[in-house]
Design a protein around this ligand. Structure first.
Ligand SMILES: Nc1ncnc2c1ncn2[C@@H]1O[C@H](COP(=O)(O)OP(=O)(O)OP(=O)(O)O)[C@@H](O)[C@H]1O
Length: 309
């Protein structure tokens, strides 16, 4: 079973605050999709509406063509982790999952399978209160997988995890997507998402800013080439003659935009200008993301200042 998540003009207003503003997008099966935006952009509110926890002011969020509250046996269709700390600390991992399974009509054998899938079998009978954040996150994912759902939704799953924890989440989500599931996870950091997700949905102030693939986002960056030569005075006019925009760094290197490294190397060789360094550079995904969401962040900073006055 493959399910798509579909938002149609989804809107949520809290009094004067427009938390989610006519948001429309689709999340496809078979890939990992990142839902990105600065703090307060509206990610949690949107996810809560997808999962029927908040009622939209207008518009709709559909999973497999239905709003969440009209899905029969929802855990078999959608698994979600909104809060890694949701399990009762006094319960064991096994009891926590067994209760969840029982109240949702899921066979007990699924508990063992889910614990195994997230690598918690050896601590299945230990109390959750003693678990690290990474273990709690695994337990949350085990809970989400109990009903073998087609759609998986995770709010900030890598927040606060160490490198090994992030790597585990990454490979687990990729494997779940490869099985044909729809996987959506939110984050406010692009750097955390770049290696995990195939597509990104970026929001700011409750509105959609970008709906693209990570590959396309990388390709769209402005690239430049850092050039080191002892004969900058000769190379600068040569590069400008090729249509490049050239600036100098404080260290005396040149930064050329609009020509690639190979063309610079060839032209310098033809003019017998020695090159001591030639480094193509691209902006990081984080740079581009920050640029895209800048306006939303400035807006927040401005309103916060106003609130402080
Ligand atoms: N229950 C609520 N009542 C009033 N305003 C709310 C409520 N929940 C969220 N908001 C406001 O809605 C906006 C969006 O918040 P939301 O938590 O969805 O953002 P977010 O992108 O998940 O941010 P974060 O990364 O900080 O969790 C914010 O301005 C927030 O203050």
């Amino acid at each position: 079973m493959r399910h798509m998540i579909e938002l149609r003009e989804l809107t949520k207003r809290y009094g004067p605050t427009l938390a989610v503003d006519r948001l429309s997008f689709e999340v496809q099966p078979g890939v990992v999709t990142g839902f990105l935006g600065p703090n307060g952009a509206g990610k949690s509110t949107t996810m809560r509406m997808m999962l029927g926890l908040h009622r939209p002011t207008s518009g709709e969020a559909l999973i497999g063509g239905r709003p969440y509250d009209r899905i029969r046996r929802p855990l078999h269709h959608v698994g979600a982790v909104l809060d890694a700390d949701a399990a009762h600390p006094g319960r064991t991992a096994f009891t926590h999952l067994a209760c969840l399974a029982r109240s949702n009509g899921i066979a007990r054998v699924r508990v063992t399978e889910a614990l195994d899938r997230v690598g918690l079998t050896s601590v299945a009978h230990k109390r959750v209160g003693g678990f690290s954040l990474g273990m709690k996150q695994r337990l949350g994912i085990a809970g989400a997988l109990l009903g073998d759902p087609a759609v998986i939704v995770l709010d900030e799953p890598v927040n606060g995890l160490d490198a090994a924890g992030i790597r585990w989440i990454r490979s687990t989500l990729r494997a779940l997507a490869a099985e044909g599931r729809t996987v959506l996870l939110s984050s406010h950091l692009m750097s955390e998402m770049a290696l995990t997700v195939d597509r990104v949905l970026i929001i700011g102030k409750g509105r959609l800013i970008e709906d693209t693939s990570v590959a396309e986002m990388r390709a769209r960056f402005e690239r430049d080439v850092l050039v080191r030569t002892p004969r900058t005075d000769e190379l600068v006019p040569l590069l400008r003659g090729m249509g490049a925009a050239v600036t100098r760094t404080d260290e005396g290197d040149l930064v050329a935009v609009g020509v690639d490294a190979a063309a610079i190397g060839d032209a310098a060789a033809a003019a017998a200008i020695p090159i001591h360094g030639l480094t193509p550079r691209s902006a990081t995904l984080e740079d581009v993301y920050l640029q895209m969401t800048d306006e939303a962040v400035e807006y927040r900073a401005a309103t916060m200042e106003k609130e402080l006055v």
